[in-house]
Design a protein around this ligand. Structure first.
Ligand code: GLU
Length: 356
């Protein structure tokens, strides 16, 4: 039995004219019902609110992108959730709607609160259907796209697998429409296939294959298997679980090491950082090495920003590359006065340190 998060992209859920693609939605619901009967637990992360709303309402005047997103998602989200509700009801399955925002992941308390909401739904047999609350999200603090959101949901709920259903079969060695491109079937832990991705965006949704690839790499390194596949293929979900050889897809193998809940939160928190610590080459080497180490003042060259103990900070090399993210054990003032000193309290303790 596995806990599976399924992310369904706007292009799978909506037709070209912006109407919900009930055929695809119904096929996905049938498969989710089948997998539940086999004992699996499912969580859906469903896009499509903005795309569906666009097909349902014509603005009376030209709207800026924020107002348009708010208007369309407010209308589209209920359409989508109503269709899901009706389709699942035919199987006697109860669904619940979770509309969330990046801010709900910004502190450990709000992260744990969101986590416990999801776990309680699952425990009670409810299928969570998650989307970003596009009516309220601030542009500067939004998820990059629902691929990022689905990655956070998968790691947060300790899922075994994240399946990203898109309009292509997976990651190709070049442009998918180029006959010379080949589908990459397996990506090993630590392997970087991002160089193969041709910059493009997939029609209606916000994300593209670049973000999918980045998220898949990160989430698999946190211990969750990630699969990218085409959402409108017949029986794709069931086949991926029961006969994976029968369906083209890309699998990002999960690394053997599974991160603790707190590290998983920190891993996805760099956008909430209050400050930055710049470390020397030696510290960078040690931090990136295999042993479990904390960040000590002796390795710090300089700091930027003001923070308090418990805030999120980023750790960068002296050339500016991001090395990691951590929850500070020392505030910025104490860190500044301890720069370069041997001994003393760590700036970030190992248990609260995530290395990129
Ligand atoms: N939350 C957006 C929607 O429901 C989708 C974002 C994305 O495309 O990833 O329309």
């Amino acid at each position: 039995m596995a806990r599976i998060v399924v992310k369904i992209g706007s292009n799978v859920l909506t037709r070209r004219d912006g109407k919900p693609n009930v055929t695809n939605m119904s096929a996905i619901v049938d498969q989710v019902a089948h997998l539940r009967r086999s004992g699996h637990e499912l969580i859906l992360v469903s896009s499509g609110a903005v795309a569906c709303g666009r097909g349902a309402v014509t603005p009376t005047r030209q709207l800026d992108s924020v107002a348009a997103r708010q208007l369309f998602s407010s209308v589209g989200q209920i359409r989508l959730i109503n269709i899901y509700n009706d389709l699942f009801a035919q199987y006697g399955i109860v669904v619940g709607q979770v509309l969330t925002q990046k801010e709900n992941f910004s502190s450990r308390t709000s992260y744990l609160n969101q986590r416990s909401c999801m776990l309680t739904m699952i425990e009670n047999g409810v299928v969570p259907i998650v989307n970003e609350n596009d009516t309220a999200s601030l542009t500067e603090l939004m998820f990059t796209d629902n691929d990022e959101l689905s990655g956070m949901i998968a790691t947060m709920t300790d899922a075994d697998m994240l399946v990203i259903l898109s309009n292509v079969d997976g990651i190709y060695t070049g442009n998918p429409s180029d006959p010379d491109s080949r589908l990459i079937e397996r990506v090993k832990p630590g392997e970087d296939v991002s160089g193969n991705v041709v910059a493009s965006k997939s029609g209606f949704g916000r994300g593209g294959m670049g973000t999918k690839c980045g998220i898949a790499t990160k989430v698999s390194e946190e211990g969750v298997t990630v699969i990218i596949a085409r959402g409108d293929r017949r029986n794709v979900l069931v086949d991926l679980i029961e006969h994976p050889e029968a369906v083209p897809h890309t699998t990002f193998e999960a690394s053997g090491e599974s991160l603790s809940t707190v590290k998983r939160w920190i891993a996805h928190s760099s956008s909430f950082a209050k400050g930055k610590v710049i470390v020397d080459e030696n510290a960078e080497k040690v931090l990136r090495g295999d042993s479990a180490v904390s960040l000590l003042p002796i390795g710090v060259i300089s700091i930027e920003g003001e923070w308090e103990e418990g805030d999120i900070i980023t750790i960068c090399g002296n050339t500016g590359t991001l090395i990691g993210v951590g929850r500070a054990s020392l505030g910025s003032e104490s860190t500044r006065s301890a720069i370069g000193q041997r001994g003393g309290r760590p700036v970030v303790h190992y248990d609260y340190l995530y290395i990129e």
